[in-house]
Write a protein that binds this ligand. Sequence first.
Ligand SMILES: Nc1ncnc2c1ncn2[C@@H]1O[C@H](COP(=O)(O)OP(=O)(O)O)[C@@H](O)[C@H]1O
Ligand SMILES: [Mg+2]
Length: 422
Amino acid sequence: MGALCCRPTPVDFDGDVSLFHFVLLRCVGKGAFGKVRVVQHKQTRELYALKYINKAKCVKMKAVPNVIQERRLLEEVDHPFIVNLRYAFQDDENCFFVLDLMLGGDLRFHLERLGSLSEEVVRFYVAQLSSAVEFLHENGIMHRDIKPDNILLDEKGNAHLTDFNIAVHFSERRLTGVAGSMAYMAPEILVKRGYTCHIDWWSLGVCAYELIFGRRPFRGRTNSDLTYSITKDPLKWPEDAEKKCSRQGMQVIKGLLDRDTSKRFGCKPNGEGYQELRRHPWFKTIDWDTLESKEQIPPFVPDSKKANFDASHELEELLLEDNPLKAKQRKANQDNLTAEMRQMEEQFTSYDFKKMQRRSYYPHNQQLISTATGTSSGIASRPATPANDLRPDAGVTVNNSMELHSADLDSIRPEMNEKEYH
Ligand SMILES: Nc1ncnc2c1ncn2[C@@H]1O[C@H](COP(=O)(O)OP(=O)(O)O)[C@@H](O)[C@H]1O
Ligand SMILES: [Mg+2]
């Protein structure tokens, strides 16, 4: 009897993907919306990262549209320098993303430990990330939250962009909703006269500056000081800048941090901006033709003997979590769901990269999203990631969520309301 009751229930790998298909391992990350832990697929033995978001919390934070949007955008993308989606599913409590596992840690983690990174390392990351940014823009997607916390290294040291929580599709019509992490926000977002995907190149410039010099180019104690600095202050270099960065490196950073989007590096239309960036002499050590096949040896290899993430996530899970994650059977009766819960139920659809083709939601959403954006105003705050909390000048992360209405369950509704995130 005893032996029988302890025998694990057999897992149906031919059925829909669920948490039962995975062994849960240690916690490696925590963001504003979700926790991230390592998991192993019980059948293939592959390791992945599992990002999960509590549905009740998501409703409370009015983040339902963001999570659905993140799910849809992740299905659309597949790129060597993006943390790609492998599976998506939900149970009664959580929505789950199973993503490529990045064992090398995020760049915020490395920056805090090392103080700054060498120009050579940053050049390599900027090259890889610009390839990811160009891919997103070609596919009509802007990321809007490029910052060191959202750049993850694999175990070999290749950089990958993650966190599509506030990414959106764009079209010719400009967005006005303020979204992103303020310190990395382009000036055109803050002046609220409309912006487009050019903002991602600016954020990449802020990251490059911060990684090389160990401080951000524009700073302020308050949001209005920071806004002033981003929109008005001349770009200044630290006193010892020339010791840390070549003239060509500074030229590239200056080019990315150009307030004039017609001159900003990366921004010329039809991929010309990206080509111009690639041709810059700073990148002459980069072999662009083999970059995406990851044949080049990264200049910084994360220490595989050490955990490249904050051990407090695991401790917190062990000591403070009163509802630890566990695979549970779904309730049969889903009749009494609130509108938002139903929305998640219906729109956070399952995805299995082994069984399904990726599909784009863009043509369907394009028009809706473009008309969405003129109506928004104001800034709402989203909790900063833990690393941001450490810095007085980190600024707020602001978000811009789109309302979803249960009457229109198949499409993301256009009203771009700024919501407060608690
Ligand atoms: N695929 C992954 N592999 C390893 N760590 C990850 C992965 N995805 C996220 N993380 C860790 O978890 C943190 C939060 O994940 P993120 O997707 O940015 O969530 P949020 O939207 O809540 O900010 C990241 O900064 C990173 O440290
Ligand atoms: Mg994040």
